[in-house]
Design a protein around this ligand. Structure first.
Ligand SMILES: C[S@@+](CC[C@H](N)C(=O)[O-])C[C@H]1O[C@@H](n2cnc3c(N)ncnc32)[C@H](O)[C@@H]1O
Length: 267
């Protein structure tokens, strides 16, 4: 199943997204908003989801298009946008589409993929198809920010497959539902560098009903030099590699993130 498929499987999963504590606490929004402002736009965000990054970017005065495969995630983004001032709404365009196969008439100065949607592409063909579409969507000299996790050696040697892990606090929804979320790696395809991840939501309703919702999806992990070679092959020059959204250089912390700022090569 693709990640977007998993977000469409239950509207309920998309409904929960904005309340999940580690998502609410991610420290990446300021980084992406700053990059969007510096680019002077227009910006294209691939896998924009519910607009966690897209809406603050539009609020900061930048014109932004969000593309996502999930009707449900986009539906929530649209609903949130309706509560924004008219001028913020006017800066946003939402497109339902696949980051592996898209063509937009507009050219962009920045393309971003916040919070790892690129890792739901599980083959090199899919990765290259996506990077080719990004190359095509960028104006000359435009940049891309590719954001993936840095696979830690310790995590890669864990073999606790199928074990539900819980480190997150319970969260509540406005309708009174309470949710505990656990996660697990169900299995790992080592030769293809894919973790089959499950997010398991234990939902309690105010009337006492209980529900267990599972969001299952593949995550391909990429190593630093693999990603650099991939970007070079797709016509990008890496300008910066950060390990964190406060722009710590790669290597300053471990495992940290792999945040590539890459410019479209000439020619
Ligand atoms: C973890 S969410 C990130 C959402 C948003 N960028 C954020 O930072 O909160 C991943 C998003 O990628 C979308 N997605 C996954 N595969 C996709 C594809 N092939 N094309 C477009 N969107 C995709 C999912 O529907 C989901 O909304």
């Amino acid at each position: 199943m693709t990640q977007a498929g998993s977000y469409n499987e239950y509207m309920a999963i998309a409904e929960l997204y904005d309340y999940v504590v580690p998502y609410r606490e991610r420290q990446d929004v300021g980084f992406f908003v700053e990059a969007a402002k510096e680019s002077e736009g227009p910006v294209l965000e691939l896998g924009c989801g519910t607009g966690r990054v897209l809406i603050p970017t539009a609020r900061a005065g930048v014109e932004i298009t969000g593309l996502d495969l999930s009707t449900d995630m986009l539906g929530i983004c649209r609903k949130k946008l309706k509560t924004e001032p008219q001028e913020v709404q006017a800066r946003v365009r939402l497109v339902e589409g696949d980051m592996r196969h898209f063509e937009l008439a507009q050219k962009f100065l920045l393309v971003t993929l916040p919070f790892r949607p690129f890792q739901h592409l599980t083959t090199i063909d899919e990765q290259l198809a996506c990077l080719g579409c990004i190359h095509n969507a960028l104006a000359e000299g435009g940049r891309m920010i590719l954001d993936v996790f840095n696979p830690s050696m310790e995590a890669l040697t864990r073999t606790n497959f199928g074990e539900e892990m819980s480190e997150e606090p319970e969260f509540s929804l406005p309708d009174g539902r309470k949710v505990i979320r656990r996660h697990m790696v169900a299995s790992r395809d080592v030769p293809n560098q894919i973790n089959y991840v499950e997010l398991i939501h234990y939902v309690s309703y105010p009337d006492g009903r209980k529900e267990r919702l599972v969001q299952a999806f593949p995550m391909r992990y990429l190593f630093r030099f693999e990603a650099e070679h991939l970007l070079a092959r797709a016509g990008f020059e890496v300008e910066q590699l950060y390990s964190d959204y406060d722009k710590k250089p790669y290597g300053a912390k471990y495992p940290g993130e792999l945040i590539f700022v890459a410019r479209k090569s000439k020619g």
